[in-house]
Ligand binder design. Structure first.
Ligand code: NAD
Length: 711
């Protein structure tokens, strides 16, 4: 028999203490087995009339309840009846705590999320500990669900509908002080006093009878006037639509559950919530968002190498070469997460500028309340600077981010290897130069790899750890662990032109340029891409990256895969005309002061020179032309073993270029369409070239009725 997750103890004064401590797990989650235990316990507790109160707490320090067990909800395709049973079972069990014949307190320390908070809200009082990990919230909409165990009904009754709507629709969490301020928690107390204060609170509740009032209030309608309700929910709806562009159904469904239930008694409101929950859980967005959640978890746990005997080396000191856009960003990322960094640039002015850029990022985090002034000062104290390579002697890992010029880079490595200790790792941030080739110029190629950060480093979570032919497992494992240590998500990629993300991005960028030349309007291309869910269209993206950078990187990748790339003229023409994108004030669009990109007649003149046709395209055609070449390239990457798992491809695109999470990545997008249909779509464009030809892998999967994830 499996061990129980919950146990009941009886404290002095006949107070029940229910301790949640799921065996063999770092988190407490609410799955079917736990719900069954909880249901039996609450039935027993209802009969224990000798008790004078009940406290719920976790047996795990710094962790209350992480939420529902997403594995049970995110399975292949949950049966509607199964989801309904899970929902009703949870609602009944949680609701039974509200009927216990004595006052109750949830004593919360650590994450109290989703179903955990929904359960805690069925207690008369929530007392929180000031432990740094204590955080309360209903983040269900972030995984495409809505709170379905009463969250959309009880939260508005506890903290008011306006705040509750904000918290639920955005999936926001609150820290202890804020929880108290908004009335979600009764008080916040130090960790070691949590249980004693919970007992005191129960004694007070018993004496004052206050628990009867709070219970009653939760059963009642909130009582908004019609005017208040229509104003509040119309504004909230507009905000949700603006933020989700209508592509994420969950926040709207949550809003409808809140709006539908606030003015009804609780029991009626709960029925509305269930009605809104069931279609959402069965929909594709929830399935994909839950999949993204698990793909992310897989990456967090992935050591980067398959040999489990290989252990990462702990790294205490890093060096960064080049204090430009990337070098400064990379050094900033290290010092912010507690790792001392030595930043080097051969140009003292660039060094000064780099330090200024680091300070600016740190200051902006203080300004928005993400960190404190003291943390900023501590981070800056970990930064040192130099203009001489000799100063790198004690560094265990050096990340090189000097100009994108192979000769310059190789020269730096050769000088550096005379200075570094024999076991130091050298990692290049290059976007386009072969790691394997550069490794040939260093003495210890097994300690050489790529560590490819994305711009802007402080906001982009992805790091591609590039494995050259001779890079050792120990080097890969160490860089993977180091990237995680600074809060990044590393993906291990075998060396190839463009690595993972840029190699898949360029077919899409190229296709947008070809479409332009064939007659499509830039705005239409951007509109279709954002309609698909991309954060911006390919034309705007090009303007943002810089057309000179895009032209250069594109050339490297296009030359490497010349048999399947298209050659367009437009980028070259724009660069020659000095139109480099946003940074020069004009590219495909023009950027006046504060403008987000306007149509520009001067661009039209250049485009007219490059046009090869005047065709009009349907939105479907544009979508297929843009995304299918990405897909065939992604399949080639899998076939070549550039990454180890389909989820590396999907997460790389999600984290690296903002591929829409609700689609779960390019491979999940294809699986959702079904590979036989994808093959039919490709057939329409076969005449355009190899980039529209299905790979052998795709043909085989389609023939076997499988997908990338069910191979
Ligand atoms: P940058 O031009 O902003 O900075 C390069 C810095 O290197 C300059 O400050 C320069 O003074 C310094 N430098 C040049 N030669 C040097 C030498 N021999 N020794 C020491 N310092 C030297 O360039 P960046 O955009 O930060 O790019 C740096 C690297 O990162 C390149 O390899 C680039 O491909 C890669 N990268 C860039 C981006 C991006 O979006 N900018 C993204 C990912 C990777």
């Amino acid at each position: 028999m499996s061990q129980a997750a919950l146990r009941l103890e009886i404290l002095d004064g006949n107070v029940g203490l229910l301790i949640f401590d799921q065996p063999g797990s770092r988190a407490n989650t609410l799955g079917q087995a736990v719900l069954a235990e909880l249901s039996a316990l609450v039935a027993e507790l209802g009969k224990r009339t000798e008790l004078t109160g009940l406290i719920l707490r976790s047996g795990k320090p710094g962790m209350f309840i992480a939420g529902a067990d997403l594995r049970e909800l995110g399975g292949a395709r949950p049966e509607p009846e199964q989801s309904r049973q899970l929902l009703q079972g949870g609602l009944a069990t949680f609701g039974a705590f509200e009927q216990l014949p004595y006052p109750t307190v949830a004593a919360i320390e650590g994450a109290c999320m989703g179903g955990g908070l929904e359960l805690a809200m069925c207690f008369d009082f929530r007392l929180v500990s000031t432990h740094p990990k204590t955080e309360l919230g209903l983040p269900e909409t972030k995984v495409g669900l809505i709170p379905g165990w009463g969250g959309t009904q009880r939260l508005p009754r506890l903290i008011g509908p306006a705040l509750a709507t904000e918290m639920i629709c955005a999936g926001e969490t609150v820290k202890p002080a804020r929880a108290v301020q908004i009335g979600l928690a009764f008080d916040a107390v130090p960790s070691e006093r949590l249980q004693a204060e919970a007992l005191r609170l129960l004694a007070w509740a018993r004496e004052s009878g206050a628990w009867h009032e709070v219970r009653q209030k939760k059963q009642q309608p909130v009582g908004l006037s019609e005017e208040q309700a229509s104003f509040l929910f119309a504004v909230a709806r507009a905000q949700v639509l603006a933020k989700t562009r209508g592509q994420f159904p969950a926040p709207l469904a949550a809003l409808e559950a809140i709006a539908g239930g606030v003015n009804l008694p609780l029991a009626e409101g709960l029925k509305i919530e269930s009605e809104k929950f069931l279609p959402v859980v069965a929909g594709p967005a929830a399935r994909n968002l839950i999949a993204v959640f698990f793909m992310n978890q897989r990456l967090q746990k992935d050591p980067g190498v398959s040999n489990s005997a290989v252990q990462p080396r702990p790294i205490k000191l890093v060096g960064v070469l080049g204090a430009g856009i990337m070098g400064a960003g990379i050094a900033g990322a290290y010092i912010r997460r507690g790792i001392p960094a030595l930043l080097l640039d051969s140009n003292p002015v660039a060094l000064e500028k780099g330090v200024g850029a680091i300070a600016k990022v740190l200051q902006s985090r203080v300004d928005i309340g993400r960190s404190t002034a003291a943390e900023m000062v501590a981070a800056l104290a970990r930064l040192s600077t130099t203009t001489t390579l000799q100063a790198m002697a004690d560094r265990e890992v050096v990340v090189e981010a000097v100009v994108e010029n192979e000769a310059v880079k190789v020269k730096v490595y050769q000088q550096l290897q005379e200075i570094l200790s024999p076991d130091a790792i050298l990692a290049s941030n290059t976007s386009t130069i072969s790691i394997t080739r550069m490794a040939r110029s260093v003495r210890r190629p097994e300690q050489f790899a790529g560590m490819h950060f994305f711009n802007p480093v402080d906001r982009m979570q992805l790091v591609e750890v590039i494995r050259g032919e001779q890079t050792s497992d120990a080097t890969v494992a160490t860089l993977v662990a180091l990237a995680k240590q600074i809060g990044k998500t590393p993906i291990v990629v075998r060396d190839c032109p463009g690595f993972l993300v840029n190699r898949i991005l360029f077919p899409y960028i190229n296709e947008s340029l070809t479409l332009l030349e064939e007659g499509a309007a830039p705005r239409d291309l951007d509109r279709v891409a954002t309609g698909f869910g991309m954060p911006m269209g390919p034309i705007t993206l090009n303007d943002l990256v810089g057309l000179d950078t895009s032209l250069y990187a594109g050339q490297v990748i296009n030359d490497a895969f010349s048999e399947r790339t298209t050659r367009s003229k437009i980028l070259q023409e724009l660069v020659a005309a000095g139109r480099l994108g946003q940074k020069s004030g004009a590219g495909f669009y023009s950027y006046g002061k504060g403008s987000r990109g306007q149509d520009d007649p001067a661009f039209e003149v250049i485009l007219a020179r490059c046009r090869t046709g005047e065709r009009a395209f349907t939105a479907d055609e544009i979508e297929e032309r843009l995304f299918l070449p990405m897909l065939t390239e992604a399949s080639r990457i899998l076939m070549e073993g550039i990454v180890r798992d389909p989820s590396d491809v999907d997460m790389g695109l999600i984290l690296g270029i903002g591929f829409p999470t609700f689609r779960g990545g390019i491979l999940r997008w294809a699986d959702a369409i079904g590979l036989p249909r994808v093959l039919q779509k490709l057939q329409k464009y076969e005449a355009l070239g190899l980039r529209f030809q299905p790979t052998e892998q795709m043909r085989q999967l389609a023939a076997a009725g499988k997908g990338f994830y069910s191979a």
